[in-house]
Design a protein. Structure first.
Length: 135
């Protein structure tokens, strides 16, 4: 579920005690026997047909803290045209239950109204995705 700035739900004072330490885009991701399988490496560019908002897998790397883990962590996407979109990502129970490092992934919509450089921010991680329209 994507909500634009201003429509972001109140997280009841939760200050994201689970720390997102890194993130990357990939072509495909799967969890197999508790291990992460990634295809396509770390993506930084996506080609899309005109008028299509691409869906891109994003992997979030996490670190546990002493506080209870949140149910959601916000992914903020900044567009080259100044748009700001917040995508609340649900944190899986297995990630919340971890005592050390963890990870999870989601396919996220990139609200690409124009081609260019989109910046995604989650926790302490910032990653870039270039969107290019193919003809």
């Amino acid at each position: 579920q994507v909500r634009t700035a201003g429509g972001v739900p109140d997280r009841k004072g939760v200050d994201d005690p689970m720390i997102a330490t890194g993130a990357f885009f990939a072509d495909a991701v799967a969890a197999v026997d508790g291990k992460m399988h990634v295809w396509g490496g770390v993506g930084d560019e996506i080609h899309r047909p005109a008028g299509v908002h691409p869906m891109v897998p994003i992997v979030i790397l996490t670190q546990a803290s002493d506080e209870p883990a949140p149910d959601f962590i916000d992914l903020e996407i900044l567009g080259p045209d100044g748009t700001r979109t917040v995508v609340p990502l649900g944190v899986p129970e297995v990630t919340k239950a971890g005592k050390n490092q963890g990870w999870f992934w989601w396919r996220v919509p990139i609200p690409a109204s124009v081609d260019g450089r989109y910046v995604a921010v989650i926790g302490t991680a910032t990653i870039v995705l270039h969107v290019v329209t193919t003809t």
